[in-house]
Write a protein that binds this ligand. Sequence first.
Ligand code: B12
Length: 432
Amino acid sequence: MGHLGAFFILLGALGALAEICVIPEMDNQLVEKLGQHLLPWMDQLSLEHLNPSLYVGLRLSSMQAGTKEDLYLHSLKLDYQQCLLGSTSRNYNNGCQTKPSMGQLALYLLTLRANCEFVGSRKGDRLVSQLKWFLEDEKRAIGHDHKGHPHTSYYQYGLSILALCVHQKRVHDSVVGKLLYAVEHDHHLHQGHLSVDTVAMAGLALTCLERFNFNPDLRQRITLAIQTSKEKILKAQTPEGYFGNVYSTPLALQLLMTSPMPRMGLGIACLKARTALLAFLKDGAFQNALMISQLLPVLNHKTYMDLIFPDCQAPRVMLASTLENPSPTHVSEMISVTLKVSSVLPPYQQAISVLAGSSLKDVLEKAHELGGFTYGTQASLSGPYLTTVMGKAVGDREFWQLLRAPDTPLQQGIADYRPQDGETIELRLVSW
Ligand code: B12
């Protein structure tokens, strides 16, 4: 028996041991409630609020929003194309305050695939060229010796390769090589700690490339890196069952669900993650629209890999708008939250009184009204991102980290996090 024979016997043995990651169906009502959460966001049709991830998530879910969904896609196309390809005529910025970023362009291309469209027209080709150009620029920023960093992040780098791949557009070996190197030397994927979301996105991009065999010279490295990404994610499972944290679990599951794996315990690990997610969902704790958009495919046994050949005829249940629960009028209890900023001179610390149930953003706003505190935000697909505190803007690869004292980073942004009475929240300027 030659080497090839031995290789196939080994493969067969591994195949026999392969386990799959399946997420058994969850309560329909719970899933529908999540979908309903997206509906009010779909009424916001300004470029600042349009969110291509939301459309992708809905199309890969078991639910639809009828004409609202069509109108949303129409607005996305209009605004994204105008801002990305817009006229260069004098003094005309097409109403675009800022051009969509590399990652947003990538998500827009995923949106088109989610609607079973391939980029093919001249306009589409220009979008593909822009994304390829962005990636080349990022590749240069990382550098030959891999010592540099992408201007955006490896998350967006992976997302962009994925978007090109599902449109069956090839990406140069040298561009893929940077992502492979990052997975192989995982300190590149850290944001203080290993970013499971980033590893998952890299794994999804590489899985797509592997399916098409677009980079035959890199095939072995790609296969190995996919395996490595999955292993890293499994290793990052918490005792409660999350991969990383609750919010990285949806993307992590998307990667683990793409194909069987010769790994004992994969099935159990996924079931454990499902149980943890379910408990969290029952608490009504998945509020952020972007997070919901990454979770919905998983609940419908789908992943971004399904954008390669999406099933646009699959029946989906129509989401009914529910009237928003009227906010309870009797809640007038006040709580005290201490706001602390040590990264400025003189340091700032102040107890702020707000209504119970207020968001951290409400606390910042109140502190501003009281005087002595200023802050600035930038709209993002995840909500308002804190960019400036006390006039101090973030530098290259810095961010204003949100922490609950003494040292626990928050897992939500300023619009979603609701501090408890007596909590101290610190805003800390850190590098990542
Ligand atoms: C990269 C990244 C970062 C980078 C962003 C800088 C950069 N140049 O890319 C850094 C490390 C700085 C960062 C910071 C934070 N992040 Co972050 N981040 C991500 C990640 C991996 C990718 C985001 C991305 O590029 N998306 C694609 C592009 C196309 O979308 P975009 O909207 O244009 O991207 C921008 C925003 O996402 C923004 N951003 C990044 N993180 C967050 C978090 C929040 C809450 C907001 C409003 C915006 C925001 O930065 C991106 C680049 O400009 C996501 C993972 C995920 N699953 O989405 C987590 C993620 C969005 N981050 C998260 C969190 C919690 C934070 C922090 C609040 C952590 C903290 N305790 O301080 C801070 C934000 C604080 C603030 N100042 O408002 C959570 C949000 C969960 C939730 N409930 O919504 C995620 C899902 C990670 C996780 N699994 O916990 N993040």
